[in-house]
Design a protein around this ligand. Structure first.
Ligand SMILES: [Zn+2]
Length: 550
């Protein structure tokens, strides 16, 4: 990390694990957060906002584990979010402490509407709290970030005063959030310029931006902020986050990469400079996107910029012809630059364990022997059904076999009968957590409905299915299908994911995976002992009672 106060490059602050995880239903357990944090480190983000430690014991544990394992000396800065009060800041300080580089990010609202209705405090009180709490955070760490929540709707003159105080108290990054996703590019750029011109000690801090995509403008707003002096961008993979989400990391990074000559002068560089504007390894973007999508159950729309399935597909004949003659005719960037390899056939039925392991290594998967064995069994099963196995198939298998909820209920067998003159009927056999095998059957409106009813007869945990989607991973009639489902229990949402050439089997498995997450969360709610469990504690979602900056 640059110690230089005004770097001539852009600092990427990833908040997938904090703001992104606040997406409805994107709940991640500790192991899943760790897997994402490791991948974010490989991607090369400068800062990982790992969570909001005070919000729940699960979040605290996740931030602490990420600080311990990902916060290595040449790794990213690990950051914890804290409201501007002592207990929050203390919890954040403890959680990030194990990291070699750590940061506390504290915030308080500065807009009159938040002051009056949420905080019930005067401007003078807010200004004093901001300074006090930045100083308190500074007593634990050198690296303190301060955000005036709802900055965009705050009175600029008051905002300047608060920022000046925060910097005087020791804030080294001041972050300007468009909390409600309300601003437009020109307006946001002017706000950043105003801060640069009117906060007397602004040269002692890095200006950061945070913003939501309610009007689809988050990325555009950020790029305008860069032109006006912002040097840190807070963003998430696939743009996930509260409501319409955050600015998407992959879009910002590729915009700054593809259009670097346009942005160079704004960072004080020569126009022709080829020096990258961020430290991101763009070839890791696609894989990171897939990992976050699989683990959160938040699917990426096909026409999503950069990482959508169609982002590099050329359908029309004219375009295809042009691209074949010269890629530059219709492509502004190369699919390989985001790590999208040609979906080539890599393995077949006769490929051995060594070839399998080698290819996985090349794809960046470093599996334990146990996970490798599980994945290899799945690979052999798939190779029996499908002649040619591609990289994408391998990725689907690995995600499916190694990144799953605890195996409380296990799907042993599923069988359906359906057709236009038949009543859809399913028979399922599950192994229950106490090791019993139980078989039950049900009829439904269709095969998947019948399966889910049969599974529910065995699992007997109340739940409501709220989303079911099937996507094909690869092309062709023997393609692997991925099923993602979300179900609700009370006010909590759990997702499940599975991939198989048989979508009926994938549907059953995805449902069992989601039920396992639900079941494990319910078990952890029961007070079993005073001692905190060492294994994954499902984080409690931040409720209305603990308003958090979005
Ligand atoms: Zn936010």
């Amino acid at each position: 990390m640059d110690t230089q106060l005004q770097p001539d490059r852009i600092i990427i602050f990833d908040t997938t694990l904090r703001d992104g995880e606040q997406s409805p239903g994107a709940t991640l357990n500790v192991d899943e957060k760790l897997a994402i944090a490791r991948q974010l480190a490989r991607l090369g983000v400068d800062v990982i906002e790992a969570g909001f430690p005070y919000s729940s014991p699960g979040d605290f544990e996740a931030v602490q584990k990420i600080a311990q394992t990902v916060g290595i000396p040449d790794g990213p800065i690990i950051c914890g979010l804290a409201r501007a009060n002592r207990p929050d800041i203390k919890a954040a300080a403890e959680a990030v402490k194990p990291a070699a580089h750590h940061r506390i990010h504290t915030f308080i609202a500065t807009s009159d509407i938040h002051l009056e209705y949420k905080l019930r405090k005067t401007r003078a009180e807010v200004k004093a709290i901001a300074a006090d709490m930045v100083a308190y955070a500074k007593s634990f760490v050198d690296d303190v970030e301060f955000s005036p929540e709802d900055a965009v709707r705050s009175d600029p003159d008051f905002l300047y005063e608060v920022l000046e105080q925060a910097i005087s108290a020791g804030a080294t990054t001041i972050n300007i959030p468009d909390t409600v996703g309300y601003t437009t590019p020109t307006e946001f750029g002017a706000l950043i310029r105003g801060i640069k011109e009117n906060v007397p000690n602004i040269d002692q801090a890095i200006i950061s931006v945070h913003g939501h995509n309610d009007l689809g403008l988050a990325v555009a707003n950020f790029l305008e902020a860069v032109k006006n002096g912002a040097r840190q961008l807070e963003c998430t993979i696939n743009g996930i986050g509260e409501r319409a989400g955050n600015a998407a990391l992959e879009e910002l990074v590729m915009a700054l990469h593809v259009r670097r000559q346009y942005f160079n002068p704004f960072l004080g560089r020569p126009v022709e400079s080829e020096k990258p504007l961020t430290k991101i390894d763009t070839r890791q973007l696609y894989k990171t996107s897939r990992l976050v999508s699989t683990l959160t159950g938040m699917l990426v729309q096909p026409n999503k910029a950069i990482v959508g399935a169609n982002a590099f597909a050329h359908e029309s004949g004219i375009h295809q012809d042009g691209v074949l003659k010269n890629k530059l005719t219709y492509e502004i960037m190369d699919a390989q630059s985001i790590g999208l390899t040609d979906n080539q056939i890599v393995l077949g039925k006769l490929s051995g364990r060594n070839a399998f392991r080698t290819r996985l290594k090349e794809l960046g998967f470093d599996l334990t022997d146990q996970d490798l064995n599980k994945a290899f069994v799945r690979f052999k099963e798939l190779a029996d059904k499908k002649k040619e196995i591609t990289d994408w198939d391998l990725e689907a298998i690995v995600h499916d076999e190694t990144q799953q909820a605890p195996d409380l209920f296990r799907l042993e067998r599923v069988q359906v009968s359906c057709g236009d003159h038949a009543c859809p009927t399913a028979t399922v056999t599950l192994r229950t957590p106490d090791g019993q095998e139980r078989t039950d059957a049900a009829i439904g409106t269709g095969p998947v409905d019948a399966i889910y009813k049969a599974i529910n007869r065995v699992v007997t945990v109340p739940n409501e299915l709220i989303e079911f989607s099937v996507q094909s991973v690869t092309a062709g009639i023997d393609a692997i299908g991925e099923v993602t489902i979300r179900l609700r229990n009370g006010d909590r949402i759990f997702s499940g994911h599975s991939a198989n050439t048989d979508i009926v089997v994938a549907s059953a498995q995805a449902y069992v995976n989601a039920l396992n997450r639900l079941f494990s969360a319910l078990q952890q709610q029961e007070p079993i002992s005073a001692q905190k469990s060492e294994i994954s504690v499902e984080p409690v979602k931040v409720s209305e009672a603990t308003p958090v900056q979005s």
